[in-house]
Write a protein that binds this ligand. Structure first.
Ligand SMILES: Cc1cc2nc3c(=O)[nH]c(=O)nc-3n(C[C@H](O)[C@H](O)[C@H](O)COP(=O)(O)O)c2cc1C
Length: 166
């Protein structure tokens, strides 16, 4: 999904993140605490998510606030990631990124050789956020009708529903 934040320079900022899980409470993703997005969220927790399903002619846009999950939840989520992504969380820092390609490949191979099934514990920099929504926009395309949006906005303890052109 696309995660949009408020850049520290005042410009919009956006990038792709993996949707780790979704529940009635919100949408979770995981990242590195040293990343730009983590700094942006510390300054302003308001975000937008875009989940696009072009094959189904559907899109979901979510606006909400990003809340840090607790360390136990992050640890459990780390365990559900592939070995590749668990290695990535340990290896992929700024120093590593600036190495020449051949050295990056050597460092990666060494990490994989050390724990072929991937590290079990996350680095302290591994963090998770839950985006707690206050507005959803469900967009649907239709080859035989006009595209259409269903807008669902938090209204006190409930939700208000509106329909808009797509
Ligand atoms: C398909 C895809 C999935 C990605 N998933 C994640 C993710 O789950 N977490 C993450 O931190 N970065 C992920 N990235 C990398 C981010 O898009 C981004 O480049 C990186 O997190 C640095 O972002 P920032 O400098 O805005 O913080 C993914 C990139 C792609 C293309």
């Amino acid at each position: 999904m696309t995660l949009a934040t408020h850049g520290l320079d005042g410009c919009p900022a956006a990038r792709t993140v993996l949707l780790s899980s979704v529940s009635d409470a919100g949408f979770r993703f995981h990242t590195d605490a040293r990343s730009a997005k983590a700094a942006e969220l510390a300054a302003d927790d308001r975000v937008a998510l875009v989940l696009a399903f072009p094959d189904r002619a559907q899109q979901l846009v979510v606006q909400g606030r990003a809340v840090r999950e607790d360390a136990d939840e992050s640890r459990a989520a780390f365990g559900r990631r592939s070995a590749y992504l668990r290695h990535l969380a340990w290896v992929n820092d700024v120093d590593h990124a600036r190495l020449p390609d051949i050295e990056r490949r050597r460092a990666w191979a060494a990490a994989v050789a050390e724990t072929p099934d991937g590290p079990l514990d996350p680095p302290t920099t591994w963090v998770g956020y839950e985006v707690v929504p206050h507005r959803y926009v469900f967009w649907e395309g239709d080859p035989d009708a006009a595209s259409h949006r269903t807008v669902v906005v938090r209204d006190g303890d409930g939700w208000a529903v509106d329909h808009q052109p797509g």
